[in-house]
Design a protein around this ligand. Structure first.
Ligand SMILES: *Cc1c(COP(=O)(O)O)cnc(C)c1O
Length: 360
């Protein structure tokens, strides 16, 4: 062990950092980004907004991002006020602040695996204990199973993910409300992919009234196509927001980030116009992968999890060799692919067909 390893917190020794490979290939369908670049009208608004604040970057930003939170509340609807909304550098920072305030040393967080890999990483990074709950063999989470696991572990935070990454399927509102009723602590519903959900899917935003322990997190990284700007947010009881102000770093959200996010929200309908095209490619992936005889999880997100592969890591590597990067999420036999443009999606499907033909 080198000297730094001996100085590191013992609970962090030997851990792996978050590490989706960043490879320079033609078709990148591995991190669920939006494949479409920002439209020129949005770029122009962002340029104008950044120019307007640039001379004033000698000053710190608005610590409480009041105007951005008002714009997010307006965008979300559901009668939300700015006091019920909080923003940070990606929803990952939101999840970290929630964990700092409500979990941490001596406390316990529960998630239902397979789910978003950052939930355990953030929980343990802030010194909390992670309990890996489970789903059934088809990745479903029933009311009975979720409630039983919550009652057994009595966690300080429950992480739900709906639509769930990496499986793609949204939770029913019955599961969310049953977990809130059973849990002694905070229940965080990570809705990073909410905008892609199939018609008739209920958002947990619709369940907030009368449930002060329910928190809904969202992001501008996926449907809005703004992953590079790092903007995430939550909606919750205003008391939750007040608690996060105890742990956030002062001026955590830069002036540039705040105005970029506001400029993008002004164009929300234009930016979200890509959602329908992406959903079409998502449904095409489900259809064509099923047609290839593969096992496909139903998706409410901008990605599809497919299984039935005898050598999933071999298939992943063969795809990279053909210039197509998708995600090996560590479930043997399964891989996850993001719905891209029609061309990217087609290139993935063509490459996969060739590889599977060679395999058999
Ligand atoms: C992509 C993703 C996020 C988004 O993280 P940001 O920090 O907002 O970019 C959050 N939760 C889940 C489940 C995700 O897949």
């Amino acid at each position: 062990m080198n000297i730094i390893d001996t100085l590191l917190r013992p609970d962090l020794r030997g851990r792996e950092p978050y590490g989706a490979p960043q490879l320079d290939v033609a078709v990148r369908l591995n991190t669920n980004e939006n494949s479409y670049p920002l439209p020129p009208a949005v770029v122009a608004s962002i340029e104008k907004a950044v120019s307007a604040v640039a001379p004033h970057l000698n000053r710190y930003p608005d610590r409480d991002a009041v105007r951005l939170r008002a714009d997010i509340a307006d965008y979300l609807g559901y009668g939300l006020t700015p006091e019920a909304v909080w923003a940070a550098n990606g929803s990952n920072e939101i999840l970290q602040q929630l964990s700092q305030a409500f979990a941490g040393p001596g406390r316990v967080a529960l998630g239902f695996t397979p789910a978003y890999s950052m939930h355990p990483i953030i929980t343990t990074a802030v010194g909390g204990a992670w309990i890996e709950g489970n789903r059934d063999r088809r990745f479903d989470l029933t009311v009975e199973s979720a409630v039983e696991q919550v009652l057994r572990h009595r966690p300080d935070i429950v992480f739900l993910c709906s639509p769930n990454n990496p499986t793609g399927t949204a939770l029913t509102p019955e599961v969310v409300t049953a977990v809130v009723d059973a849990a002694p602590g905070l229940v965080v519903v990570d809705e990073a992919y909410a905008e892609f959900a199939r018609a008739g899917t209920t958002s947990a935003l619709d369940l907030l009234v009368g449930r002060p322990r329910l928190v809904v997190t969202r992001t501008m990284s996926k449907a809005f196509g703004l992953a590079g700007a790092r903007v995430g947010y939550l909606a919750a009881d205003p008391a939750v927001v007040e608690a996060l102000r105890l742990v956030r770093l002062p001026y955590h959200l830069s002036t540039v980030t705040q105005v970029v996010a506001r400029a993008a929200l002004e164009h929300a309908p234009l930016l979200l116009a890509t959602v329908d095209a992406i959903r079409e490619q998502r449904d095409r992936l489900v259809r064509e992968l099923t047609g290839l005889g593969l096992d496909v999880a139903p998706s409410d997100a901008n990605f599809v999890l497919f299984g039935g592969l005898s050598d999933s890591s071999g298939v992943w590597r063969s795809l990279v060799d053909r210039g197509v990067l998708i995600r090996d999420v560590g479930i043997p036999g399964w891989l996850r692919v993001t719905a891209g443009t029609p061309e990217e999606t087609g290139e993935f499907l063509d490459a996969l067909r060739i590889i599977l033909n060679g395999e058999s």
